[in-house]
Each structure stands twice: as C-alpha cells, then as structure tokens.
Write a protein that binds this ligand. Structure first.
Ligand SMILES: [Zn+2]
Ligand SMILES: [Zn+2]
Length: 447
C-alpha cells in the first residue's frame, strides 16, 4: 500500500496516463472516440479510470467520470479497494468529498486487510479526509444502520481499529479526532501488532510522544497488559523510545485526564471545549517536563513543546481580571447562566473534582464555585485587554479547531480516571506564562 499507481503498463489507448496526469481534454476525446473505455481497467491491479483519478487527486476527471451513470463510484480493483479508499490513502481530500457526494460507500472492506476508507485515512494520517469520512458517517445511512460509534471503532481483519492504526503510525491529529469522536481508548487488537495491544501499546511502539499524550489525556491505562503480559512502558523500552517510556513508566506521575463524560461536557460550547482541552494539554506538558527533567532528558522537541510564541499582552492585564480562584490566570471561561468567570485550568479542575465515583455511579453535574448554581453551559469569556474598553474575543481565532463534533463522550470511557487526587491543579500549570494570548496556536491540533 502507499505506492504510486503505475498505469503506464497496458495503456495502449493512453486513457490511464491521461487520467493520471489530469489531461481532461484528452480524456474526453478518448472517451468520445470509444465510450467503452470507461469500463476498462488496468491489466494487473484492475484499477479503473476512477481509481487512478482519485488516487492522483485529479478532481476534474473524478467529477467528469462520476457524471456518467455507468460509472460505479464503488468499483473494486484487484485488492477490493474502492476509489474512495485510494483517495483517502493519498490524502486527496477533494476527491474524497466528491466521491462521498456521489454516494460512494464508506463501509466497504478491502481484501488484503479488511480495512475501510476510515482505516486508510487514519493509517496515512490524513486528518482532513478522516474528518470528512466521519462527518459522512454521522449523516449517512451508516449512522442509522450501523451506529456511528460502531463505525468509529470499526475493526479490520486483524482486529485493529482506526485508532490503533493512527497510534501505531504516529498520527496524533487523527488520534485526537478519533478519540473526540468516541473511539475506544482501551480497545485491544486481535492479531494486529502484538495480540492484545491497546492504542497505547502501539503508540509506545511507534514512539510518538504526541500520540501518547493524547491517549493518556483520554484515560488510556498505563497498566493495561497485552497478550504476553507487557505494559506499554515495556514496549517503549524494548523499542528504545526512551522519552515515551519515561511518561509511560507507571511510577512516574499520573497524567491529567480529560474529565469524565459528564453530560454537560458533551454539550460544551466548541470554543470553550477547545480552551479546556488546551489547558489540560498544557498541564500535562508541564508535568512531562518535570518527569523528563528528572530523568535527564531535555523536552522532546521544541517544535512541539515550546512552539507557541508568548504574547506579552497578558502581563499587562490588570489584577482585576485574574481568576478569583487561583489569582494566577486570566478568566477565560464564563459559567452560564450566572455569568461568573474563571480560568480554564480552574474550570477543568472543577469538573475533575466532580468526577463520578465509578462505584456509586451517580452523576452530579458540577456547580458554579461562586454561587453554587448548576452549570448549564460553559462559554468563552470576553476578556478585556489593557482596560481599553476594547473587547477582544480571544478565542474566536480561526486557528481554533472548529471541527469537533463530539457527541459520543459517554462511549468508551470505562477507563476514565479522575483528577480528584490531584492537588492544587492551578499551581501545576506553570502559570502566568502568558500562554493565553491572541492568536495562540492550538498545539494539540498540530500534526
Ligand atoms: Zn483560576
Ligand atoms: Zn455562579
């Protein structure tokens, strides 16, 4: 998989080459001359013109071919791959969209590995294609007949879910998107990789610290054993991924975990949610630094850990806008309906303290720490900068991920762990570092 499509063989009419290179006029001419060519496939791989166009991102040709009623959008090649799978494999997002518009089936399985287009997008790390397919799954017949969360956790022939593949292939953005869509963080594979591996085992093997961070923040269990009894820590050590091993070491500090799926979280305002996620990731980064420093490592990679430019604006914010709980961070989250404000870190800590005890299983929604009224919703607070009467909606930055559509928080969360054992959350966040700034990049969305 992943190789370019070679179609110069057995192409005496020149159609496949013209399709590959996007020569629309020539393709039209050839098809006018001999309409039966449209049903031809390459001799060995049995790629149709549509396969070749989709794999090469030739969107005009894909569109033209799909206008022809006789062209099946789900035609199969030698490996039972559809044009949609090839477009997802090669990251040709326009073609993925076009094919889905043309009712291409997202629930087809190839023959070598029993994988779907979702597996392909996850494996090759094309998060835009992944997102489009997930969106289609929510809205298409698949959601009705299969159920969306079943589709997200769809297994290939060896029991690997898209999350397993993304973790193994070091695709943190896809890992994040899948988790956010309800992927099971603790699913075990059948025969893929080492039997009984969880996504965390596979990330440990792949050596992606970003994937490990995502998985841990979603409650992946560091003590889960694969079929041979190995925990992810041992897998990381075996593959000499020392930095990953440091974080996976059961004796190093527990990572913070995204609060358990309280009902109100799944209805969370998207921007507020992005803020809270960032606060959680920031807290975990600080923790990682401590762990790694203790072990004599420098932070893994500047491009990931310290890429944000700090913005000095924040230092000029007057005392009065500071969060009244920690007196350290700026208020960025507003509680509705009462309108009280606090910082993202404190909000997160508040939710975490309300983590349901699995033994009692009675969920109680968090209350506002100021007035004890129930929290109906959390939104991004408008923050005044420099007391300028210059209102700035800091978090409407276009860089914030707008793509979260989580509805499935409550699924697959059996291993969520609370933060209630974590004292002085605000202190651990390494505060006052001006990380709340206009135009800040949302690191968790970086590849
Ligand atoms: Zn605070
Ligand atoms: Zn209140």
């Amino acid at each position: 998989m992943g190789q370019g499509l070679s179609c110069r063989v057995q192409d005496e009419h020149g159609l496949f080459t013209a399709v590959q290179f996007g020569d629309l006029e020539l393709v039209k001419t050839l098809l006018e001359k001999d309409p039966s060519l449209i049903q031809q496939t390459t001799a060995y791989d049995r790629h149709s013109a549509l396969h070749i166009a989709a794999a090469n991102g030739q969107i005009e040709i894909v569109s033209m071919l799909l206008e022809d009623r006789s062209v099946n959008p789900d035609s199969l090649n030698r490996h039972k791959q559809t044009p949609l799978m090839l477009a997802a494999m090669h990251g040709k997002i326009d073609c993925v969209k076009k094919l889905i518009e043309a009712n291409a089936n997202i629930l087809m399985f190839d023959s070598p590995n029993g994988r779907t287009c979702l597996h392909y997008a996850a494996y090759y790390g094309h998060s835009d294609c992944l997102e489009t397919i997930l969106f289609a799954a929510r809205t298409s017949h698949v959601a009705a007949s299969w159920g969306f969360s079943r589709f997200v956790n769809i297994r290939d022939g060896k029991g690997a879910t898209p999350l397993h593949l993304a973790a193994r292939q070091r695709r943190p953005q896809c890992v994040h998107m899948l988790l956010d869509s309800g992927a099971l963080v603790c699913a075990s594979t059948g025969g893929y990789g080492f039997p009984g591996s969880t996504p965390l085992h596979l990330a440990a093997r792949g050596g992606s610290i970003d994937c490990i961070r995502e998985l841990l923040a979603w409650g992946a269990d560091r003590l889960h054993r694969d079929a041979s009894g190995r925990i992810p820590y041992l897998v990381a050590l075996k593959h000499k991924n020392d930095t990953c091993a440091a974080l996976l070491n059961p004796s190093s500090a527990e990572p913070l975990v995204w609060p358990s799926p309280l009902k109100f979280i799944s209805e969370l305002n998207q921007d507020a949610k992005a803020l809270l996620e960032q606060a959680l990731m920031d807290a975990n980064r600080e923790r990682e630094k401590t762990i790694l420093k203790g072990m004599g490592y420098s932070p893994p990679s500047p491009s990931h850990s310290d890429a944000r430019t700090t913005d000095d604006n924040i230092s000029e914010v007057s005392e009065t806008e500071l969060c009244c709980i920690c007196f350290d961070q700026v208020c960025t989250i507003e509680v509705q309906d009462c309108g009280h404000q606090m910082c993202a870190q404190c909000t997160l800590a508040l939710c975490c303290h309300n983590k349901p005890n699995p033994t009692t299983a009675s969920l109680s929604a968090p209350v506002c720490p100021f007035c004890r009224s129930n929290i109906a919703q959390l939104v991004v607070a408008k923050v005044k900068v420099n007391a300028d009467d210059h209102e700035l909606d800091l978090y409407s930055s276009p860089k914030l991920p707008k793509t979260r559509k989580s509805r499935n928080f409550s699924e697959g969360s059996s291993s969520f762990k609370g933060l209630s054992g974590v004292p002085s959350f605000g202190k651990m966040v390494g505060c006052g570092s001006g990380r709340i700034s206009v135009g800040n990049e949302c690191i968790i969305d970086k590849p």
